[in-house]
Write a protein that binds this ligand. Structure first.
Ligand code: GDP
Ligand code: MG
Length: 165
């Protein structure tokens, strides 16, 4: 089994860190500065019986100027070309308070969509449950908490992805 997996989300939520964790090497540049990733980056993860091709993307954000618009387009067009998309958020931002227009646009791509809640090393468990609850009205195929930094939950994420390929 094999398939393309897009990693989508706002700047700085840890998309590149997650890709590096999955690959076990630093292929994508990570930084606490937003907009470090300017193009799609492909990483291949081989596991027994399956191959996952991960696409790291620039963060989706309010586009200002041509370069930013280009980056947003790269991210959104990725959704259309993958078998599965991971919508990455950071637990540190807390529960969803109002309609998330980025999420609406990503959900409209019509691919199976996982909610991946990153940076769980930074929040206590009750807080994590609040976050999960706040996204309940959205139709995610799976909701998976992880820490790309420590690796917690990442193997489970890969196993779950494997079931969709
Ligand atoms: P991207 O813009 O979505 O690609 O985000 P990056 O992967 O560049 O990460 C942005 C910042 O968040 C960096 O400083 C990372 O070290 C940090 N970061 C990423 N994942 C985690 C995590 O699971 N836990 C914590 N504490 N920090 C993280
Ligand atoms: Mg990045």
């Amino acid at each position: 089994r094999s398939g393309f997996v897009g990693i989508i989300g706002r700047p700085n939520v840890g998309k590149s860190t997650l890709l590096n964790r999955v690959l076990g090497q630093k292929i994508s540049i990570t930084s606490n500065k937003p907009q470090t990733t300017r193009n799609r980056i492909l990483g291949i993860c081989n596991r027994p019986g399956e191959q996952m091709l991960f696409l790291d993307t620039p963060g989706i954000h309010q586009a200002r100027g041509p370069l930013h618009r280009y980056m947003v387009e790269q991210a959104l067009s990725t959704c259309g070309g993958v078998d599965l998309a991971l919508y990455l958020i950071e637990a540190t931002s807390g529960p969803l308070r109002r309609a998330d227009e980025v999420l609406e646009r990503v959900a409209a791509c019509g691919r199976p969509l996982f909610l991946v809640i990153n940076k769980i090393d930074q929040v206590p468990r009750p807080r994590l449950l609040e976050i999960i609850e706040s996204y309940r009205s959205h139709d995610f195929a799976e909701t998976i908490p992880v820490s790309a930094l420590t690796g917690e939950g990442v193997d489970g994420l890969l196993q779950t992805i494997g079931r969709y390929l």
